[in-house]
Design a protein around this ligand. Structure first.
Ligand SMILES: [Mn+2]
Length: 508
């Protein structure tokens, strides 16, 4: 039986919905199980990931000696990945070092400086986490220096891959939307199993923090919360309640609030790399309550102040936006480049159009962040203008780039050309377009909603009838959009099946 038949026959899923599930990444019988029974025993084994076997052997080869460098990425997914592998390699009896490039002076790929740094330290293996998938030249350079490279990165796979051992969920053997932190957790699982025969249950009992770190990257990167991502996050929530992890108990002490994965992320993401040290990694790995309390209370205060400043800035920016023609280009060269991703996301959420925010790095080069609604593929755009760029990468709707100052004018021209022509892919915006109410489909979507799958549905046709039937489901409409106009006077309604119910997103 193929996957569609399994979904239709065994799980009673409507064929249309089954096709959408397959498109969303449920393309393998084990993933079907992880979707419908999201419990830890249904996490796919590490070794089903393409190249994992080779990667594990390579790591074990070096883990008996000194000589491993973890090359991370300066965001919560990157720092939680780094913490997972640092901890695991220590358990294996080696003392690795890590380096996380500073975003506003070094970009985010593997770089030659880092390889020289590794070479001087006698490093024989570099493991890139949450970055590196496009570092073709840098991997060549590392090899010339006699350094082996493993890349564990969940970003989009570029046309030309570096000549390294590559682990990427989009190559198969796992849910394609896992974070780099979950990918790192699977490396950890594989290593601990190969070396000590530990299984997942043993690790949950004895090294529960590894799962908790893995959950941070899933939430921070806003990945779809079903299948393996749901398994990790649900298990982490249980473990946080069961054990008092230092960073969580200190958070409780400082704020008086119940610590959750969600509450920790804004604090961790307000910390930036110092290169050879990243305080977020140190805090995650530390059992020293005094150190954690000292640092966390300082950061907590600073992050609150910074958020206030950013909110102010955001308010000013919104007031300056007078006219929108398909997209927004924000010149934020007065702001620190670390903050422009946040601003771009917020402006995108508010105006629901693509936003490009540019700033300067420490060397005066232009750096930018792009955030778009679903349906855009901005990596394709960056590919098409790659000769203007020094560096770029990320996800289709959230990516970053850098370029020389001289290229800015051409870049702006290219944006204008691109957005006047580009039509977002309607199939990526809406999972489903329905011209009438279909009970079977809606019941499927309701059940899948509880398993974490989100469907964005465009309703057309007899909207009076559709709205009256939709009312049998939990509707979330805090701004009461639906009562603005009678459904018979509408052309369409957009509904998202969200965590709390069917959210009314848009009418027109
Ligand atoms: Mn990531």
């Amino acid at each position: 039986m193929n996957i569609e038949q399994v979904l239709v026959n065994e799980y009673k899923i409507n064929p249309t919905v089954a096709d959408i599930l397959i498109k969303k990444g449920i393309n393998d019988i084990d993933l079907v199980k992880s979707l419908f029974q999201p419990t830890i025993e249904n996490l796919l084994p590490p070794r089903s990931i393409v190249n994992m076997e080779t990667a594990l052997k390579e790591i074990l080869k070096y883990s008996s000696k000194e000589g491993i460098l973890i090359w991370g990425h300066d965001d919560v997914d990157g720092t939680s990945s780094t913490a997972i592998l640092m901890k695991t390699l220590r358990l294996l009896g080696t003392e690795p070092i890590y380096y996380i490039p500073k975003k506003n002076s070094e970009g985010h790929k593997l770089n030659k400086f880092g390889i020289d740094f590794a070479y001087e330290k006698g490093i024989k293996l570099i493991i890139c986490l949450d970055t590196g998938i496009s570092s073709v030249d840098e991997v060549e350079y590392a090899k010339e220096k006699g350094i082996s490279v493993i890349i564990a990165d969940h970003h989009e796979i570029p046309k030309i891959l570096p000549d390294a051992i590559i682990l990427n969920p989009k190559m198969g053997g796992t849910f394609q939307h896992i974070s780099s932190s979950v990918l790192s957790f699977k490396i950890a699982l594989g290593l601990l199993n190969l070396k000590f025969k530990y299984d997942i249950n043993y690790i949950i009992e004895n090294e529960p923090s590894l799962i908790v770190y893995a959950s941070l990257g899933v939430i921070a990167d806003r990945l779809p919360l079903f299948s393996e991502n749901k398994i990790i996050v649900d298990t982490a929530k249980e473990l946080i309640n069961k054990y008092g992890f230092t960073i969580f108990s200190v958070y409780h002490l400082i704020t008086g609030q119940q610590p959750t994965i969600y509450s920790l992320i804004p604090i961790l993401s307000s910390i930036f790399s110092e290169g050879e040290r990243h305080l977020a990694v140190e805090l995650l790995l530390s059992n020293d309550e005094i150190f954690v309390e000292e640092q966390l209370s300082k950061i907590y205060k600073q992050s609150k102040e910074k958020l206030l400043l950013l909110e102010n800035e955001l308010q000013k920016i919104k007031e300056q936006i007078k006219r929108i023609r398909g997209y927004i280009l924000l010149d934020l060269r007065h702001m620190n480049s670390n903050s422009i991703g946040y601003i771009a996301s917020k402006v995108r959420d508010y105006y629901k159009v693509p936003v490009i925010a540019i700033s300067k790095d420490e060397l005066g080069k232009v750096v930018g962040e792009i955030r778009t609604p679903t349906g855009y593929n901005m990596l394709e755009f960056l590919d098409s203008i790659s000769e203007l760029l020094i560096n770029y990468g990320g996800h289709k709707t959230a990516c970053g780039f850098s370029m020389e100052n001289d290229s800015l004018y051409d870049f702006i021209e290219e944006c204008e050309k691109f957005f006047t022509k580009y039509k977002p892919n309607i199939e990526e915006i809406y999972d489903l377009i329905l011209n009438s109410f279909d009970d079977e489909i809606l019941q499927n979507i309701e059940n899948l909603r509880k398993l974490g799958v989100r469907f964005r549905i465009l309703f057309k046709g007899n909207l009076k009838d559709i709205v009256s039937k939709l009312k049998y489901y939990t509707i979330v409409d805090p701004n009461q959009i639906l009562s603005v106009r009678a459904p018979e006077h509408l052309n369409y309604i957009v509904v998202l099946s969200a965590e709390d119910g069917f959210r009314i997103e848009e009418i027109g």
